[in-house]
Design a binder for this molecule. Structure first.
Ligand code: 13P
Length: 253
């Protein structure tokens, strides 16, 4: 079975003390993850070391950064490199979240570099894609997402692609309380998988985990995750509340 992942994206929320307390609650809650399941926490940079320490003895719990530089090292004040993340034993990194694309001008080309640098450092990139409301209203979402995948992923070898996780996050569903319907999510996930199939073949495409993000909550996670091509979720708001995120982890297939 493909890896099923419940990923928390804290974004720019919680103080160090609040974040530490939240993680403590989560690691001390009895949740028996199966071999093919994982819980991942994308926390702010200053909390990475604490977070890695907190989850290191929990089976299949991992820490992610929310971003990294597309450059290896050097005079890039304020940036954090993939090599730095690796040196902290961080296993995952979000790449191309729509907020990074929108507010920090990250292009598909820059994101291709970020994927390369994560992979070169043994960090699993969680590549985010997804369309804005206007694009969906014009029924152009499939072509739009296909373009994002082509421009950022398609230079990768089969072996490299197998190390990537994809997150489909329709922008109109992020932080709005408006979740994509199960049908809309499944339809896009199947489309993403078919795009991967055309480029990389069936067997590779079938192995790639595709997470859904956008107003995932305890109350809708199970139904969303039950879809054939939905392999878990990338969760913002509801990941800041222990009771909510615990139920979301438990909702994994
Ligand atoms: P919400 O779950 O708050 O809608 O955020 C989704 C998201 O952007 C996760 O990366």
């Amino acid at each position: 079975m493909r890896k099923q992942i419940a990923a928390a994206n804290w974004k720019m929320n919680l103080t160090y003390q609040q974040g530490s307390a939240l993680l403590q609650t989560l690691v001390t809650t009895e949740i028996d993850l199966k071999e093919h399941q994982a819980a991942v926490f994308a926390v702010p940079f200053p909390y990475l070391e604490m977070a890695v320490d907190t989850v290191q003895h929990k089976k299949n719990y991992y820490i992610a950064a929310q971003n990294c530089s597309d450059k290896k090292s050097g005079a890039f004040t304020g940036e954090v490199s993939a090599e730095m993340l690796k040196s902290l034993n961080v296993n995952y990194c979000l790449v191309g979240h729509s907020e990074r694309r929108e507010y920090f001008g990250e292009s598909n080309a820059v994101l291709a570099e970020k994927l390369n640098i994560c992979l070169a450092n043994g960090i699993t990139p969680v590549f985010c894609c997804g369309e804005a409301l206007a694009t969906r209203e014009q029924h152009r979402q499939n072509a739009y997402v296909e373009g994002q995948l082509k421009e950022s992923l398609f230079h990768l070898s089969k072996e490299a692609l197998l190390k990537v996780v994809i997150a489909y996050e329709p922008i109109w569903a992020i932080g709005t309380g408006k979740t994509a319907s199960t049908e809309q999510a499944q339809e896009m996930h199947a489309h993403i998988r078919s795009v991967l199939k055309n480029q990389y073949g069936d067997s590779i495409a079938e192995q790639i985990s595709i997470l859904y993000g956008g107003s995932v909550k305890a109350s809708n996670a199970r139904e969303l995750f039950a879809s054939k091509d939905v392999d878990g979720g990338l969760v913002g708001g509801a990941s800041l509340i222990a009771a909510e995120f615990i139920e979301i982890i438990k909702a994994l297939k």
